[in-house]
Write a protein that binds this ligand. Structure first.
Ligand code: NAD
Length: 284
């Protein structure tokens, strides 16, 4: 191909300073008053973004996250909304747009577990997990995409017209008995993320996933809060330590920044090697 026939590339990734890579950007993190979401919200603020801290219960915890984000010199507000409710999600985005003007980064993080043996699982347990973990991501992504399409690329802000990061799990890949609702929701997130990424990439919207392994948060306390449980957990983690919320937050900041501008429709596993079939290290 001659240089004359090389298609114009449009904007390309500029050299970015290591800090404040998200300066001037507006981010929304769902489920941001606990665990991974809290750490992500703090990290986005530290990287220069203004942040909406979504939560559904726990006003004090949400306000504490907002206060801490503001210490980075950026704006932050807490918005209470149930991500599984269309009305709540639409209201949350209307609040964000009126307060911050637009959205550049959505982190679809809110999630929960309602574990049960399959034969005992109630329809309520099934529906609660699917509604929050999967439908919640659909509702928030749809609202964000509408704003990205309306606004388009603003080159001084980012190479992309918008970024969505979908919090999945190693259980989008690893089957999980006793947790069929949760694993199904995460498997759904994988193809939601990939289908959406394919659909909106031509509009320069980047959609990617993050799949954490075992991270030390309230969702899985029983898996790490005793010596015995921690030792059992480590048989599943080649890297030999539990993940911390900051491990995930750093990956999210990178995916939200122009440093990852050519990364589209990918899942970044942050799992200490959990998906490497550790049982086969010495056997098989
Ligand atoms: P967590 O319980 O500390 O946080 C979950 C957050 O989601 C909380 O802020 C909670 O209030 C919020 N939430 C729940 N229902 C909501 C709703 N209807 N509307 C809005 N917010 C709601 O757990 P976590 O470990 O930080 O989990 C965060 C995400 O990471 C989840 O999607 C989870 O599936 C995923 N994940 C966690 C791990 C892990 O090991 N901790 C591993 C893989 C994936």
């Amino acid at each position: 191909m001659t240089s004359a026939s090389v298609p114009a590339s449009g904007t390309t990734s500029p050299d970015l300073p290591a800090h404040r890579v998200l300066s001037g950007q507006k981010a929304l993190v769902t489920g941001a008053n606990s665990g991974i979401g809290m750490s992500v919200a703090l990290a986005l603020g530290a990287a220069g973004a203004d942040v909406v801290v979504n939560y559904v219960v726990g006003d004090d915890a949400a306000n504490a996250v907002v206060d801490e984000i503001r210490r980075s010199g950026v704006r932050a507000i807490a918005v209470k909304a149930d991500v599984s409710s269309e009305t709540d999600v639409e209201r949350m985005f209307a609040t964000m747009l009126s307060e911050f003007g637009t959205i550049d980064i959505l982190v679809n993080n809110a999630g929960l577990q309602r574990d049960a043996a399959f034969h005992d699982m109630t329809l309520t347990e099934w529906n609660t997990v699917m509604n929050v973990n999967l439908t919640g991501q659909f509702l928030c992504a749809r609202a964000a995409i509408r704003e990205f399409l309306r606004r388009g690329v603003v080159p001084q802000v980012s190479c992309a017209a918008g970024k969505i990061i979908c919090m999945s799990s190693v259980h989008q890949q690893i089957p999980w008995g006793g947790h069929a609702n949760y694993a199904s929701s995460k498997g759904g997130i994988k193809l939601l993320m990939e289908s959406l990424a394919q659909e909106v990439a031509p509009q320069r919207i980047r959609v990617n996933g993050v799949a954490p392994g075992a991270i030390r948060t309230p969702i899985n306390t029983s898996a790490w809060d005793t010596k015995e449980a921690y030792a059992r957990l480590m048989t599943l983690v080649p890297y030999g330590r539990i993940g911390e919320p900051q491990d995930v937050a750093r990956a999210v900041v990178w995916l939200a920044s122009d440093h990852s501008d050519y990364v589209v429709g990918t899942t970044l596993y942050v799992d200490g090697g959990m998906t490497l079939y550790p049982g086969f290290a010495t056997g098989g």
